[in-house]
Design a protein around this ligand. Structure first.
Ligand code: HEC
Length: 153
């Protein structure tokens, strides 16, 4: 049997363990996502890339130059998560498992150099978004929109 002190230590340990675990499990833009974007996406979606409006006017021209719309800040990235182009990030990064046709999104390839790295980074994006759904903006229900977390900090 544990003594009073033993029980107290066990309780304190458990509380810190659980608190530490949930803290570590929370994925944020600042802590986790920014790093992946900087490493894997910014060469084509950086501050020198077009804004979404500029991009829309000349998709073909920018695509030829390997420039996609700007994703250099939290605000610019959120356009593709729950903004004007909601769901685009999920559709483009998916590995095909959530897609009806089973095909990966065309940006999935950039998630990593190996399949393991791609899977790991996709998992981080999934945890961050909170609700991984490939629908286009008009088809997203209010409840589904609310389920998108994607915290900045
Ligand atoms: C080699 C250049 C390149 C890299 C690296 C790259 N992208 Fe792209 N991306 C593009 C281009 C060009 C387009 C526009 C053409 C298209 O839609 O496929 C695009 C389009 C997109 C779109 C769709 C935007 C829209 O019009 O709705 C998303 C979302 C996206 N990229 C996310 C990412 C993410 C996240 C990464 C990093 C994991 C990434 N991309 C890495 C070049 C790149």
């Amino acid at each position: 049997m544990l003594s009073m002190r033993g029980k107290l230590f066990a309780t304190v340990f458990l509380v810190f363990f659980i608190a530490g675990y949930s803290w570590a499990a929370e994925v944020t833009y600042e802590k986790d996502i920014k790093k992946i974007i900087t490493e894997k996406c910014i060469s084509c979606h950086g501050s020198d890339a077009p804004t979404m409006d500029e991009f829309k006017k000349d998709k073909e021209g920018f695509t030829k130059k390997m420039k996609g719309p700007k994703m250099d800040t939290y605000k610019n990235l959120m356009v593709f998560v729950n903004g004007d182009d909601a769901g685009a990030l999920m559709r483009r990064l998916d590995d095909g498992k959530s897609a009806k046709d089973g095909k990966p999104g065309n940006m999935h390839q950039y998630l990593g150099a190996t399949d393991a790295e791609k899977a790991k980074n996709l998992e981080t994006f999934k945890k961050w978004v909170g609700s991984w759904n490939l629908k286009k903006k008009p088809d997203i229900t209010p409840d589904e929109a609310k389920a998108i977390k994607a915290p900045e900090k």
